[in-house]
Design a protein around this ligand. Structure first.
Ligand SMILES: [Fe+2]
Ligand SMILES: [Fe+2]
Length: 252
């Protein structure tokens, strides 16, 4: 397993770190994933920790930035195994609270997790969580792609952690890359978004929410981050995308 981490933002008291894991021994079968750690005055907030396969490496990588007992929250954008399958391991090894859509709380027992007292369950409209001096906003992203799904906006770094929205499925991605040329990159977005995202109406609802935020970067769970002008180019692309139920005649 190969991990590299990259600091996306650091103002001295607040930091955002990206971890990217790729399994070099199973290049064809392992779906590369990004995890993100927000650090506020030494306290940690982990986003989409992923599967059992990367637990040990991610635990060690986080330990290089914070004391594990200071990991306060772990957020799951949705229920998928590449997002949440390691929840039982994190429950044993930390005191963190787990944040997820109310739709998925009971499903976590199938990943071997049962301590529901540690779950903060989000209703559909989301909440704002005060994290030190930072405000973390849970933005509805339902049906993009899971029926209960959230993105997370960090008010200090102005990074929107978008989960599978903006994900690029690439055969051998580098650990950290930002999109250079959106027109070239969109070929890596198209197939995934057409099939996994709910519909154009839902994409527009999310883009409307995103456009109300001051976004410096969009950071997805797979592939590359979008920065500066590529944020607007991606949002404009998503707004026009035909996907999911728009394309139902191709599937039935
Ligand atoms: Fe997913
Ligand atoms: Fe994913």
């Amino acid at each position: 397993m190969n991990n590299k981490s990259k600091v996306l933002y650091d103002d001295g008291t607040h930091k955002c770190v990206m971890f990217s894991f790729d399994d070099e021994t199973h290049e064809d079968s392992f779906l590369s994933v990004n995890q993100y750690l927000i650090i506020e005055y030494g306290a940690g907030f982990l986003i989409d920790p992923g599967s059992e396969a990367i637990f040990d490496e991610l635990y060690d990588a986080i330990s290089e930035y914070i004391e594990i007992e200071n990991l306060k929250y772990i957020f799951f954008s949705h229920q998928d195994p590449d997002v949440a399958a390691s929840i039982a391991q994190w429950a044993i090894s930390t005191q963190a609270k787990f944040i997820m859509s109310s739709l998925w709380v009971r499903f976590m027992s199938h990943y071997g997790f049962a301590d529901m007292n540690r779950v903060i369950s989000l209703e559909d409209k989301g909440i704002t969580l005060q994290f030190g001096e930072d405000a973390l906003k849970f933005i509805p992203a339902h049906f993009l792609h899971a029926p209960g799904n959230f993105s997370l906006y960090d008010s200090k770094s102005k990074i929107l952690f978008s989960g599978d929205i903006g994900a690029a499925i690439l055969s051998s991605p580098d650990a950290y890359k930002k999109v250079q040329d959106f027109q070239e990159h969109k070929q890596h977005l198209l197939g995934f978004h057409q099939r996994y995202m709910g519909s154009n109406k839902i994409c527009r609802a999310w883009v409307n929410k995103a456009e109300a935020l001051d976004i410096k970067m969009i950071a997805p769970q797979h592939g590359f981050v979008f920065e500066d002008t590529n944020v607007g180019l991606f949002l404009a692309w998503l707004k026009e995308l035909q996907c999911g139920s728009d394309l139902i005649d191709d599937l039935y």
